[in-house]
Ligand binder design. Structure first.
Ligand SMILES: NC(=O)c1ccc[n+]([C@@H]2O[C@H](COP(=O)([O-])OP(=O)(O)OC[C@H]3O[C@@H](n4cnc5c(N)ncnc54)[C@H](OP(=O)(O)O)[C@@H]3O)[C@@H](O)[C@H]2O)c1
Length: 367
């Protein structure tokens, strides 16, 4: 059993820990083999918010001297290889939240034809959306050829969908321009697709780094674009709502100050610029709020029911994934050594935004 770990106090320090033979499962448990997963800036955010939101608790670091080391969760596919649970046979294929590792032991509860929840004690206080696993072979029209796109884009585009929904509910915060920071991120691009199709949406300004400006413009989704060093090009006379994926306190401080009273609201979604977070006296905190997709999903499930939410979000995601094929290039790397190789670039934000990193575990390749 091997597991990819990083230092909680220094994300550049990484190691792959092998723990020898895996432990036999007990009654009520299943063991799964992790077959493939995706890795983006979203996963680095899990590390950066590891203590705040509890991401370190999902998959405890294994091996000797594990103190100070953490496991970043990933979205991917796995297959049951051993089962002591009625109704969950060996061979069942799952989509959900896994460690970057060979295998995982789970304690399934609330088992239905289409899904179950990992009821492991150490996960019980964590957001339920992350503990739910889809039994994909039972899904109507399940198509394995979509697996890579699904694990890469589903967690991001479901957030894009929720953001679009939330902005509509709040009547765009009375804004006439919507500024998206870290516009080249996939979560931003997914939201930009929704806004582009929505006649009621304000005009959308994409803000990005100089190196990603061409890609952002080439998408044809943002009405205009601006780089981080040209913030003052944004018209401060137009009431604005900001959707921020960057967490960059200097950028936020400058932009809020530049807009002043016309900074109607700032939705804090992500921290792609995780090394530049913090406080800045220019930030208008009283009109800023954190957005957490799992909470929005729970709220909408109460309004629309599980099936209602699944249908609305799945329709959007399926269409947006199809549109993304025009620019997205999937890059498949092999095993945890492949992750070790690409991880520093993802951490530093130097992977091209139109690349989608897929890790295919070595065992699968040898099959
Ligand atoms: N709140 C929620 O519930 C929720 C849900 C899903 C995602 N998110 C967040 O949304 C953000 C976007 O995630 P994603 O997976 O869509 O991102 P992604 O596609 O991997 O985004 C890559 C882009 O992020 C920026 N970036 C990444 N690392 C950087 C670094 N070290 N320094 C500077 N810029 C860096 C660059 O964009 P620019 O040059 O354009 O800045 C880069 O092109 C993440 O923070 C994620 O956690 C939040």
């Amino acid at each position: 059993m091997a597991q990819f770990q990083i230092r909680k106090d220094d994300f550049s320090a990484l190691r792959v820990v092998s723990t020898g033979a895996s432990v036999a499962i007990e009654e009520g448990e299943v063991k799964v083999k992790i077959n493939r997963f995706a890795f983006t800036a979203n996963n680095i955010t899990y590390a950066a918010a590891g203590d705040l939101i509890g991401y370190w608790q999902f998959f405890p670091a294994l091996g000797d001297s594990a103190d100070g080391w953490g496991v970043i969760p990933v979205w991917g596919f796995a297959e049951i290889t051993d089962s002591k649970v009625d109704g969950l046979p060996v061979g069942d294929k799952l989509f959900g939240y896994f460690p970057p590792a060979n295998d995982l032991t789970m304690v399934p509860v609330n088992i239905s034809e289409n899904r179950f929840v990992d009821g492991a004690e150490h996960r019980s206080a964590l957001p339920p959306g992350y503990n739910t696993y889809r039994r994909v072979n039972s899904e109507l029209g399940y198509d394995a050829s979509m697996d890579n796109e699904r694990m890469l884009l589903w967690p991001l585009f479901i957030t894009s969908f929720c953001l679009w929904d939330s902005l509509q509910v709040n009547n765009w915060y009375e804004a006439e321009q919507l500024i998206v920071i870290s516009a080249s991120s996939k979560t931003s691009i997914g939201m930009a697709y929704a806004l582009h199709e929505d006649d009621k949406a304000p005009k959308v300004v994409g803000m990005t780094s100089t190196r990603n400006l061409d890609l952002v413009n080439s998408l044809g989704l943002y009405d205009s674009s601006v780089s981080y060093d040209s913030i003052t090009d944004i018209d401060p006379n137009i009431p604005a709502v900001i959707v921020d994926m960057s967490g960059n306190s200097e950028v936020l401080g400058k932009l809020h100050s530049h807009l002043g009273d016309n900074m109607k609201f700032c939705v804090n979604v992500g921290i792609t610029h995780w090394e530049a977070t913090g406080t800045n006296e220019g930030i208008i905190t009283e009109r800023s709020e954190m957005f957490f997709a799992p909470s929005h999903i729970q709220m909408r499930i109460k309004d629309w029911g599980v099936e209602g939410f699944d249908k609305k979000s799945a329709d959007f995601i399926t269409q947006t994934v199809a549109k993304s094929r025009s620019w997205l290039k999937l890059k498949t790397l092999s095993g945890l050594s492949g992750l070790e190789g690409i991880y520093p670039d993802i951490c530093a934000g130097t992977v091209a935004p139109d690349e989608g990193i897929i890790i295919e575990m070595e065992e699968l390749r040898k099959d």
